[in-house]
Write a protein that binds this ligand. Structure first.
Ligand SMILES: [Mn+2]
Length: 448
């Protein structure tokens, strides 16, 4: 019989970390429960590095890898009957072995003894801080290397294996279905949280109950608040709804944004703004390939948006100049792209992958694109009162910005369009996102 774990990436990923750190014991501490207030807890989310190496979604576990002896052991807390009375079934060692494909599973109370045995012949321990704290006495005398462990994991996690991409595709497929469901159902009079609730229900229906981040359901002027998640406003006819959301599959994120008319038809002004963002997004996806520096893609998106704002007569001057002097940033104040994986804002890898930011403003993701990178492409165009009304911006960009005209858009909100793509060797990137984004397709999906 084929076991469920054969299709999961974990055994290969554990071998990879063992190859990278062959001269020490590798010890990771999983996530713990976090109290919220009296007798209640936050939803448990496993630490991403722990998920990466074993996929175990239970609190209070440890993972020990002994590269020389080729041993991998998962340690789980011993669950008593009292626990079962309140929380029901928790997998025991035999079941965990099958579920997660870990060759050995034992109880946590056996870990100190096991560490004593396993440390023989090693001088180093690659352990995270939590594990070093928890097992200080038995690890005494070994050289702790938490930084090297973190760096190795960042390096490994940057390029996704086909097994990992398959999990991201599952998250993307459920997220896409949920987006289409919201487009079809949302209507004037709905509250933003009704769009959020439908989106999240659809993800759960697809078997993915956890989200990669808090859902942003922003209508009208709220769509110009980049990380809005109050989601409590009633939507009105003629407005746009910006929905930025993503399910998580075994910890792997999807992150998709669509902006669509609540009434099902874009107005002429909405079409103008939307078309600019869509052009920037499509051109950047077409350009994305190995070797290109992510900041150069960002530069291209700023240039397209500058041209678009010129056509709206909000900006004036040469597009490159508007990129250089920062005028475009008043309407597009975030990065084009971020890495995506077990963290929705994943790391682009270790120190040697980090490149110098060519811009004066902060840009989180500056790295050469590599095959296996999964990244978002998400340009946006917003009319943000805090930026348009700021007297310093008014002074600095007097020559480049027609602020009177920009004021006419203050009720507009903003547009963002976000797909998730895989960088592919020797070819164009593969777009994982199956949600309508052309104007006619969005209107058809709204179906009204
Ligand atoms: Mn994103």
């Amino acid at each position: 019989m084929k076991s469920a774990t054969q299709s999961l990436p974990y055994p290969a990923l554990r071998r990879a970390i063992a190859r990278r750190l062959p001269d020490g014991l590798i010890l990771l501490c999983g996530g713990e429960r976090v109290a919220r207030n009296a007798d209640t807890e936050y939803d448990f989310r496993q630490k991403s590095d722990f998920l990466y190496l074993c996929g175990v979604d239970e609190p209070d576990c440890h993972l020990l890898i002994d590269p020389r002896r080729g041993r991998q052991t998962l340690f789980m807390p011993r669950i008593d009957n009292e626990h079962r009375v309140w929380l029901g079934h928790v997998p025991g060692p035999a079941e965990a072995k099958r579920l997660y494909g870990v060759p050995r599973v034992a109880y946590c109370d056996a870990l100190p003894k096991e560490l004593k045995r396993a440390r023989q012949g090693y001088r180093k321990v690659y352990a995270d801080q939590a594990a070093l704290r928890a097992h200080r006495p038995v690890l005494r005398g070994l050289q702790p290397a938490p930084g090297e462990l973190a760096e190795a994991l960042r390096e490994l996690r940057a390029c996704k294996t086909p097994g990992e991409i398959a999990l991201i595709e599952k998250a993307s497929a459920a997220t896409a279905r949920a987006h289409r469901a919201v487009m079809a159902a949302a209507r004037p009079g709905w509250f933003e949280y009704e769009a959020q609730a439908l989106f999240e229900a659809e993800c759960r229906r697809a078997g993915l109950p956890l989200l990669a981040f808090q859902t942003i359901a922003a209508s009208g002027a709220n769509s110009a608040v980049l990380h809005y998640h109050r989601n409590d406003r009633r939507m009105r006819a003629g407005e746009l709804l910006l929905l930025d959301s993503g399910a998580e599959c075994r910890g792997y994120a999807a992150d998709i944004t669509r902006t669509f008319p609540v009434s099902g038809r874009f107005t002429a002004r909405q079409k103008d703004v939307y078309s600019i963002v869509l052009q920037a997004q499509k051109e950047c996806i077409a350009m994305a390939r190995p070797g290109l520096v992510s900041a150069e893609l960002h530069r291209h998106s700023m240039r397209v948006i500058a041209e678009g704002l010129k056509s709206l007569r909000i900006l004036r001057g040469d597009a490159d100049g508007l990129v250089e002097n920062g005028a475009v940033r008043l309407f597009y104040p975030h990065g084009l792209s971020h890495m995506m994986g077990l963290d929705v804002h994943d790391s682009p890898g270790g120190k040697k992958r980090m490149l110098r930011n060519p811009f004066k403003f902060m840009l989180r993701f500056v790295a050469k694109l590599e095959p296996g990178f999964v990244v978002t492409v998400e340009p946006g165009l917003y009319f943000i009162p805090a930026l348009i009304n700021d007297p310093r911006n008014r002074r600095k960009h007097r020559a480049s910005v027609d602020f009177r005209r920009a004021e006419g858009f203050l009720d507009f909100g903003g547009v963002r369009i976000e797909d998730d793509i895989v960088i592919t060797a020797g070819g164009p990137a593969r777009d994982l996102t199956d949600v309508p984004k052309e104007i006619r397709d969005v209107e058809a999906a709204c179906g009204r």
